[in-house]
Design a protein around this ligand. Structure first.
Ligand code: ADP
Ligand code: ZN
Length: 434
């Protein structure tokens, strides 16, 4: 028997979902217009008034919001309420200077945790379960989101955070964890570590895993399911919309149900901004329907996917999204951290290197490798190994402080990186994640 955390809404008819969305969007747009000057300005520029939005069909009249808007409005420009109502912030990984900071009221936290609780119940979770959360805690949304969801479901929650794999395994075995929440690459790594320690998949009590925050393939799913002896479920989200739990997989494992009572999804042509019909591949755009702290209307995720309202065998009626099939920008997710080539270029220029570089990303034993080949300017070039190593070390430190993770730097001879005649090939991603 399929179980739901909030059965009424999760299995509501399409008409009922629409009714709820229509009711909420009118209020949310009015709320944003009244409380968020940055967005009010965008609406005024486009000549749209809150009264023009009478249902979700009218959403297409509203202007888009992009990550650049969020950076420009940093830190408080998109805040939707008095700071005294805000109880927490989270922030996106990877970008220094102007990170995106999202604000949460208690109401926002509550709804977010409901979304994560739905995902846990969809993966078979109940108050009988032991839920081991090894997403990172802190500014990153993964840990707090699943932690809150696990509490709501009533699981015994193990707030492990990421890392310290020996301790993860010890607690997993001694306390009998039944549900594992982490990034898919960490799940694969835990699987390998268990095998190395001589454990067989049937030696652990795990039955399910809830894995997300980075792209992963069906092959990877099969590998994780086999090595841990579990069923592995995908979960999707982004800091801007709360965090994980915007969409989650059910027993059918053919896409993730979007929590449509809180987020309205559109697919657009990333070039023209035109809204595409269901079934088309395009950029995913979210409108929050009932947020207070950080309400976003028509936020462009840059994630490319397809939506489908095909009937699902789990009984849930909310629309499903495919796994992200790519990005409409050049963001990479390396070891869970968002990395843009433009950040790397900024560091190179600041440190006195030419912007002639190539980024090579690969996945070896389920760990991302991250190498940057940089042309050494003639004045720094030397045949003394120690001197070159010193330059590499300094550049590594500068990159680490900008990106949050340290690449392996390879200084190469001036003019040795191939010049292309068209668009430079800056990134070679060998991970085949899509
Ligand atoms: P998070 O805290 O969820 O990692 P970020 O804002 O740092 O949030 O990153 C969000 C991005 O991570 C998404 O736009 C998407 O590109 C990627 N992402 C999140 N979940 C998944 C998933 N299940 N599969 C593929 N990519 C994902
Ligand atoms: Zn389903």
């Amino acid at each position: 028997m399929e179980k739901y955390y909030q059965p009424e809404i999760e299995t509501a008819s399409y008409e009922e979902i629409r009714r709820i969305q229509n009711e909420k969007i009118v209020k949310q747009v009015r709320y944003v217009y009244d409380n968020v000057p940055y967005y009010r300005n965008l609406m005024d520029k486009k000549g749209v008034k809150p009264d023009d939005i009478k249902s979700v069909d009218d959403i297409k009249k509203l202007p888009f919001l992009s990550k650049d808007d969020l950076r420009e409005a940093y830190p408080y420009g998109l805040l939707g309420t008095d700071l005294k109502n805000v109880v927490r912030i989270h922030s996106t990984s990877g970008t220094t200077g102007k990170r995106v900071v999202a604000f949460y009221t208690q109401h926002d936290i509550d709804l977010w945790e409901d979304c994560c609780a739905r995902a846990i119940v969809a993966a078979g979770g109940s108050d009988e379960d032991v839920c081991q959360v090894c997403y990172g805690y802190g500014l990153f949304t993964g840990g707090s989101g699943l932690h809150g969801g696990s509490h709501k479901v009533g699981c015994m929650t193990l707030p492990m955070s990421s890392g310290n794999t020996d301790r993860q395994i010890q607690f997993m075995m001694d306390l009998g964890s039944t549900i594992l929440c982490c990034t898919p690459s960490y799940a694969a790594y835990i699987g390998e570590s268990l095998a190395e320690k001589g454990y067989k998949p049937e030696d652990n009590k795990l039955k399910a895993g809830i894995f997300g925050a980075e792209p992963w393939t069906e092959e990877m799913r099969q590998g994780i399911e086999k090595s841990l002896g579990i069923k592995a479920y995908d979960i999707y989200g982004l800091t801007e919309t709360s965090g994980p739990g915007v969409a989650f997989e059910c027993s059918e494992q053919t896409g993730m149900h979007i929590n449509e009572d809180h987020f309205y999804a559109e697919i657009i042509d990333p070039e023209t901004g035109e809204v595409l019909p269901e079934g088309s591949k395009g950029e995913l755009v979210f409108t929050s329907l009932d947020k207070e702290g950080f309400p976003l209307l028509r936020y462009r995720t840059k994630d490319i996917c397809i939506l489908s309202r095909k009937k699902c065998s789990c009984g849930r009626t909310h629309i499903k999204m495919t796994k992200p099939l790519g990005r409409s920008d050049d963001m990479m997710i390396i070891r869970g951290v968002n990395v843009f080539p433009s950040q790397i270029e900024t560091v190179l220029l600041k440190e006195g290197f030419p912007p002639n570089y190539q980024i090579v990303v690969d996945r070896v034993n389920n760990n991302d490798t991250f190498d940057i080949y940089v042309e050494c300017p003639p004045e720094l070039f030397s045949d003394k190994v120690a001197e070159m190593q010193n330059h590499e070390k300094n550049l590594n430190a500068a990159m680490r402080s900008m990106l949050g993770i340290g690449p392996k730097i390879h200084l190469v001879a001036p003019k040795s990186i191939e010049r292309s005649e068209g668009k430079a090939v800056r990134v070679i991603d060998k991970r085949k994640l899509h």
